[in-house]
Design a protein around this ligand. Structure first.
Ligand code: PRP
Length: 212
């Protein structure tokens, strides 16, 4: 009997879609659909255990081996560069990392640009590559407030539908990088649980082809 596979799923709609891919790949766990506040669900017969994890924490569980495999946004991989294998682009949870500003914003190259963001590494790398001096303000959420209140000149944040920017009178200025959900694996588990990992990657790749 193969060892139990531990899967970290991001809480929310993306996690539910990702679970469906695992289910089809031969790792069903019907109890996960129960409407309760439990965070761990197990199907011993199928050899799988699922955890609902805060999306930005999935990579930590996988990097440290508390989970063997997980689903995470490319934004988190770029920001924190966890030491994990990126196995597959799931082509879901699509959005982009963008610079946004107030409608009347004009970049004055003589001044240091003040950037508010949750993604300080992504922002720093982006502006360094362009040779632009910046001053970063790290915020944890509601980033859109920063330029409106004069806390920053621009923001670097995730844009999905663009509704949040629009409703706060901000405009996207530049796209930094497109983002989507990725299947990641713990490096040691990738070797020790290779049969399960292979089955998952092959099945998911096939499922994505069929739905393309
Ligand atoms: C993200 C992001 C934007 C919003 C973009 O926020 O920070 O605020 O989604 O989506 P939209 O383009 O479809 O409007 P999230 O909901 O993750 O919360 P946060 O404010 O804590 O970052």
């Amino acid at each position: 009997m193969a060892e139990m596979l531990n899967v970290a799923l991001p809480k929310g709609r993306l996690g539910e879609k990702a679970y469906a891919l695992f289910e089809t790949a031969g790792f069903p766990c019907p109890s996960i659909k129960e409407n309760n506040r439990k965070l761990i669900f197990e199907n011993a017969e199928a050899g799988v255990r699922y955890f609902w994890v805060k999306p930005s924490d999935v990579a930590i569980y996988v990097e440290r081996g508390a989970a063997d495999i997980g689903i995470v946004g490319k934004d988190i991989l770029l920001e924190y560069t966890p030491d994990v294998y990126e196995l597959l682009d799931l082509r879901m949870g699509k959005c982009r990392m963008a610079v946004a500003a107030k409608k009347d914003f004009h970049d004055d190259l003589r001044r240091t640009l003040v950037v508010a963001t949750k993604f300080t590494n992504i922002a720093q790398t982006y502006y360094t590559s362009r040779g632009r001096d910046i001053d970063i303000i790290h915020l944890n959420g509601s980033i859109e407030l920063a330029p409106i209140l004069g806390l920053s000149d621009v923001i670097v944040d995730i844009v999905e539908t663009g509704t949040t920017l629009k409703e706060n009178d901000l405009l996207p200025v530049e796209t930094i990088v497109p983002i989507s959900a990725r299947l990641i694996a713990n490096k040691a588990a990738f070797r020790f649980k290779n049969a399960q990992m292979d089955a998952i990657v092959n099945s998911m790749a096939k499922q994505l082809e069929e739905n393309a």
